[in-house]
Ligand binder design. Structure first.
Ligand code: SAH
Length: 499
């Protein structure tokens, strides 16, 4: 049965290379959602033709409207849920369809976890060519959250003016810079609403204008709020289009009343750009940073510092990484893509020596400061690309062992440990490891590689390479760091095969 034609709409193909199996744009169709795509869209078939439907969940029977048609598939918009899936829940946030922040809030949380497990396993099979059990002996059940809301320790809230001239704080509607007012994001820390209320009431009371993107006038662009979940310390940073904020002392007065506020800052960003923060930050009151802990390691966090956004799950992720690394206190470890050294410091507690590599210089400055703060001395950080730093050490070490010995010896390590570490941990960005980095890892012949990944497609690709070079996958552990989104973190233990 074909979709109903509305008002004699012509059959058409929008991309010019197909007929969309005869579904005109705007045609209404009934679909059973059989599966979900990697971006969380529902997938349904009509006459063998596949439709992707945002906001539909697996098991739904829906009415949808055909939108963009391609040769073999199309996109449809959810019009009505005719019969809800047993996995459909009533999303607690009324903005879940407008806001790009959550993709699968309407899917029961247990089913979200299953969706993520399936996504990783499919990639391991399809891209990595792995057989479960045979090639991957152990896949632990995903670690979810007991309470999958209010988990983010960082919020960056755009500030604007509505058409009546009232100050609004909220989120950008998908693919636009139109601000939908909402001070109560259910993923953010619970205290954020009160802080935003104070900032908005301050702006209204003292007629401080919001920034206008259209002509670059006005002042307040964003409010950045960071919360140390373990310490209760809160940072409030106003990003402004200028060097100073009128009546700043009145804002400080209001914010200081809020329990936990330890740092009130101004960040200057006068550029017409999508980058939220500028480079200059001034302290209005309190410290220029807040402190948080993961496990028993302390971290100082500034507005620009990279820091994991879900500290509860980060602890579980790092504990799994530590367990997979199998440290006894004698090992030399490289931590590649180390950011501000969070994993490195965690590992250093149980290793002889840790070397961290990260491309962003300011992150390495944070890493060194955090090592000092925690009095951890058996860790050394290098700025540079993993695919350059690691081969450099390897080549130099092979050619001039004494040079490396001197370099490593100064920090309690050994040249041999540096060149042939016991464990290499990698935590690359979505694009995965550079081939040069993987090649050098293989040359270094560590006993174990612990791969921490935020993209299971590139993870599967890189594992396939390592497994072709004398390594084997031992264990896989997924951790849900971002409930209600489609993202999933995976840790894999890869072991050198004994010949
Ligand atoms: N391990 C850290 C950060 C992981 S995010 C943590 O758990 O907090 C990935 C990091 O890789 C980022 O800090 C990014 O700046 C860094 N990075 C990206 N490309 C890199 C490269 N080619 N070499 C080294 N670091 C890189």
């Amino acid at each position: 049965m074909k979709g109903k034609k509305k008002n004699g709409a012509k059959r058409q193909a929008t991309d010019g290379n197909g007929q969309g199996a005869g579904f005109p744009k705007g045609a209404e169709l009934e679909l059973f959602i059989e599966d979900m795509g990697t971006e969380g869209e529902g997938i349904g078939k009509k006459d063998g033709f596949i439709f992707f439907v945002k906001d539909a969940v697996v098991g739904d029977h829906i009415l949808a409207k055909a939108m963009k048609m391609k040769k073999n598939y199309g996109y449809a918009r959810l019009v009505e849920v005719l019969e809800p899936s047993p996995y459909r829940v009533c999303p607690p946030c009324t903005f879940h369809r407008q806001c790009g922040g959550c993709q699968i809030q309407a899917l029961d949380y247990r089913q979200q976890l299953k969706f993520k497990e399936d996504k990783v396993i499919n990639n391991l099979k399809r891209i990595g060519g792995f057989l479960l059990l045979e090639d991957i002996p152990v896949i632990h059940p995903i670690i979810g959250m007991d309470d999958p809301y209010f988990y983010r320790n960082k919020a960056q809230v755009p500030i604007g003016m509505d058409k009546d001239g009232k100050v609004v704080a909220g989120f950008y509607a998908a693919h636009t810079h139109v601000i939908i007012p909402n001070r109560k994001c259910l993923l953010g820390a619970e205290g954020n609403e009160r802080i935003l209320d104070s900032v908005v009431s301050f702006m209204e009371e003292y007629k401080v204008p919001a920034y206008r993107e259209e002509d670059g006038t006005g002042l307040v662009r964003h409010v950045l709020i960071r919360t140390g979940f373990s310490t209760g310390e809160i940072m409030v940073c106003l990003v402004i289009n200028g060097g100073s904020l009128p009546y700043a002392e009145k804002l400080v007065e209001k914010l200081r009343m809020i329990k936990g506020v330890a740092s009130i800052l101004l960040n200057r960003n006068e550029r017409n750009t999508n980058t939220i923060l500028g480079e200059e930050t001034a302290t209005l009151w309190g410290q220029p940073f807040i402190t948080d802990t993961i496990g028993n390691i302390k971290y100082q966090i500034s507005p620009l510092s990279f820091y994991q956004v879900n500290p509860v799950q980060t602890k579980k992720l790092y504990e799994a990484a530590l367990e997979f690394a199998g440290l006894t206190g004698k090992e030399t470890v490289w931590d590649l893509y180390c950011g501000i050294g969070t994993i490195s410091l965690f590992l250093a507690q149980k290793a002889k020596q840790v070397y961290g590599v990260e491309v962003v210089a300011s992150a390495i400055a944070d890493a060194r400061r955090n090592a000092e703060l925690n009095r951890i001395e058996n860790v050394e950080f290098f700025v540079g690309k993993a695919e350059e730093v690691l081969p450099e050490f390897y080549v130099k070490g092979k050619m001039e062992p004494s040079a490396n010995a001197k370099e490593a010896g100064g920090y309690g390590g050994s040249a041999d440990g540096m060149l042939h570490p016991d464990v290499i941990v990698v935590d690359p960005p979505r694009k995965g490891c550079d081939p040069k980095c993987l090649e050098t890892i293989v040359k270094m012949q560590p006993e174990r590689v612990v791969y921490v990944s935020c993209d299971s497609a590139t993870l599967a690709r890189d594992l396939k390479y390592l497994c072709g070079e004398g390594y084997g996958v031992q264990k896989v552990q997924m951790v849900d760091m971002f409930p209600h989104t489609v993202h999933v973190e995976t840790i894999v233990l890869i072991q050198k095969k004994t010949s």
